[in-house]
Design a protein around this ligand. Structure first.
Ligand SMILES: *[C@@H]1O[C@H](CO)[C@@H](O)[C@H](O)[C@H]1NC(C)=O
Length: 165
């Protein structure tokens, strides 16, 4: 609603008002200060530079590099003598979410994270880690539902095919 009105106003301004505002000789040098946010998918308008929004992190293409940030959790996840995850573990957990890679937690729920761990993962620890870290996520729910999600990135990208020589 509102964006389309601003688009219409911008178009009106460019088509109708700009020729009056801008002398032809100075057209190349002049431009209005960027005050409007850029509209994704909408062509940039000459003379009306828009403010580019800060880029979002790209969606993950693989999960290994994200889950590696949780390796401080390895002792807690595998060693029954370690009863509390260290803060570096919980920091790593938060970082994966902050990188918008929380979908990668499915590789914890389905056990793929075992590839990164030095010893067998203790299942109860995996279920408890979110509570222990104060992360608002139910690992049980992930365990039950992750196999229904489409688009969970692979743990590792497939290696490129050998180049045909
Ligand atoms: C398990 O943790 C305890 C306490 O931190 C430590 O002493 C022990 O070496 C650990 N065991 C293994 C196999 O890492």
């Amino acid at each position: 609603m509102a964006p389309s009105i601003s688009v219409a106003l911008l178009l009106f301004a460019v088509v109708v008002a700009a020729p009056w505002l801008v002398q032809p000789s100075s057209a190349a040098a002049f431009s209005f200060p960027p005050i409007f946010p850029c509209i994704p998918g909408f062509p940039r308008i000459p003379l009306f530079p828009c403010v580019e929004p800060p880029p979002l992190p790209a969606p993950p293409t693989e999960c290994r590099s994200h889950l590696m940030k949780m390796m401080p959790c390895a002792g807690y996840l595998t060693n029954s003598s370690v009863t509390v995850p260290p803060s570096a573990c919980c920091d790593g957990f938060s970082q994966v979410s902050a990188d918008l890679a929380a979908i990668c937690f499915c590789h914890i729920a389905n056990g793929d994270i075992q590839q990164l761990l030095p010893a067998p993962m203790i299942f109860k620890r995996m279920l408890a880690i979110t509570d222990q870290c104060g992360v608002n996520l139910r690992m049980e729910a992930l365990v039950q539902h992750c196999d229904e999600f489409e688009g969970v990135p692979p743990m590792t990208l497939p290696s490129p095919p050998p180049s045909a020589a």
